[in-house]
Design a protein around this ligand. Structure first.
Ligand code: NAP
Ligand code: HSE
Length: 435
């Protein structure tokens, strides 16, 4: 006799955009497979969006409609509130709070909401015995939350890194392959519909910073602290730097790095040079990559689609099926009440630096810069003078690769270049990450 299935797990789905419709399609297409794997059917009972009349490319006729997502969250025929609307305030926050207060579990794809309110929401849910899951919020289809909270739970994590904004990786790799400037590729990305409604969420590093802050909380047992992420977007990355980095065997990536150092928790989402031959250096287009380093396991590299209907809905459904199976883990891998308040590292760990600048091409100019570096305690590893066709006769573009130096020492050196009287324009400093 086959084991009888348990009663259905009933979803209330708030948001019928890219991700929401992807969820509807998986629930409808794979109903049997999901029931077999969960030991019970998973059904959608009610949905919510702004515009009821919109053509949605899916049959929603079996589902009740709620125009207020908070009312959806409170419905008696909803067990799990699935929030795929977006935004860290407004309806997404209000409806998620309403769901928790009404005794529902929550599955969300909303990294902004959790980056800003994750600790408070997790505390509220856990104190009432409920669960918040958010696999889709970080790196789309890559099951990195599951990897960190389950498969790697026996490791002390050393470092978590990632390229977690597909739009930025598309822009940087396209600049490199087509030799186009940032502005031209940004416009291409806009035309292709890759950019968020507020493009600064992508190119300003904010979206990827949200994701990094969530990974850091799990990896280091600390409260989500997005406000302590050092953020620098890709708008200042020039085609010159991409070309010069390429000649030296590097690619420029918007790279997130979180690590617990002796000086506190370091979280940064900034452009970095990584070796072209490394997995991160090889990452092309809109794909994401997360690198996890644990004391026992060593390094794990996860690569896959970071966005889009199918991949993101796949991650949402992984969470839903875990709940249907009865798997109930704390939001950030340990009870929210036990997460430590992180001490932000006052200074980031030392690393090697790429420094590019334009100098007056006259005797002693280079020596003055080398002296300023030395006085800032920075040792030079490599130095090149670049000869370009478009260059003025009395200009010299000079490139340094330094030995390891702290950001504070580099900032000090950059400041002191001004006093040499030979610097033209602004120098560029980009970290070189050992990956
Ligand atoms: P989207 O296509 O813009 O869809 C948003 C949906 O939410 C729409 O159906 C919209 O209704 C609905 N909505 C917005 N405000 C509402 C309100 N006040 N009341 C009721 N419904 C409301 O967004 P998406 O791309 O699916 O993203 C959803 C979430 O997933 C976001 O948090 C996003 O960051 C996250 N995410 C997205 C991706 C991706 O690839 N798209 C990847 C990872 C994570 P209408 O359709 O009626 O306007
Ligand atoms: N704008 C995001 C990206 C979508 O480009 O990766 C997925 O979070």
């Amino acid at each position: 006799m086959p084991t009888p299935l348990r009663p259905p797990l009933r979803l209330g789905l708030a948001g019928l955009g890219t991700v929401g419709i992807g969820v509807v399609k998986i629930v409808q297409t794979h109903a049997d497979l999901i029931a077999a794997r969960s030991g019970r059917p998973v059904v959608i009972t009610a949905v919510s969006a702004r515009d009821r009349t919109k053509n949605r490319d899916a049959d929603l006729s079996d589902y009740a409609w709620e125009s207020d997502p908070a009312a959806l969250a409170r419905r008696e025929d909803v067990d799990v509130f699935v929030e795929v609307m977006g935004g860290h305030e407004g309806p997404a926050r209000a409806a998620t709070e309403a769901a928790i207060a009404a005794g529902k579990d929550v599955v969300t794809a909303n990294k902004a909401l959790l980056a800003h309110h994750g600790q408070a929401l997790a505390l509220a849910a856990e104190s009432a015995g409920h669960v918040i899951r958010f696999e889709a919020a970080v790196a789309g289809g890559i099951p990195v939350i599951k990897a960190l909270t389950e498969g790697l739970a026996g490791n002390a994590m050393r470092r978590v890194m990632g390229v977690m904004n597909g739009t930025c990786n598309y822009i940087l790799t396209r600049m490199q392959s087509a030799g186009l400037p940032y502005e031209a590729v940004f416009e291409e990305a806009r035309q292709l519909g890759y950019l968020e409604a507020d493009p600064n969420l992508d190119v300003g590093g904010i979206d990827a910073g949200h994701k990094l802050s969530l990974l850091a909380a799990i990896a280091f047992g600390t409260r989500v602290s997005f406000d302590k992420v050092e953020l620098q977007g890709i708008g200042s990355v020039s085609i010159d730097d991409i070309r010069l980095a390429d000649e030296m065997g590097y690619r420029i990536k918007l790279l997130g790095v979180a690590q617990m150092t002796g000086r506190g928790l370091e979280q940064r989402m900034t452009p970095c040079l990584v070796p072209t031959s490394s997995p991160l250096g090889q990452l092309q287009g809109g794909t994401n990559m997360v690198v996890l380093e644990g004391d026992s396991v060593g390094q794990i590299v996860m690569r896959g689609p970071g966005a889009g209907e199918g991949p993101t809905a796949s991650a949402v459904m992984g969470d839903v099926i875990d709940l249907a199976r009865g798997l109930r883990l704390p939001t950030f891998g340990q009870p929210a009440a036990t997460l430590a308040e992180p001490v932000a590292a006052i200074a980031a760990a030392p690393c090697r630096w790429y420094l590019r600048m334009t100098l007056q091409d006259k005797p002693g100019a280079l020596a003055k810069i080398a002296t300023a570096l030395g006085e800032a305690g920075i040792s030079i590893d490599q130095m090149r003078q670049i000869n370009r066709d478009d260059q003025e006769d009395d200009d010299a573009v000079v490139l340094f690769v330094t030995h390891k130096a702290t950001p504070a020492d580099v900032a000090h050196a950059l400041h002191s270049f001004g006093a040499t009287g030979v610097l033209l324009g602004q120098p560029v400093a980009i970290r070189i990450e050992d990956v």
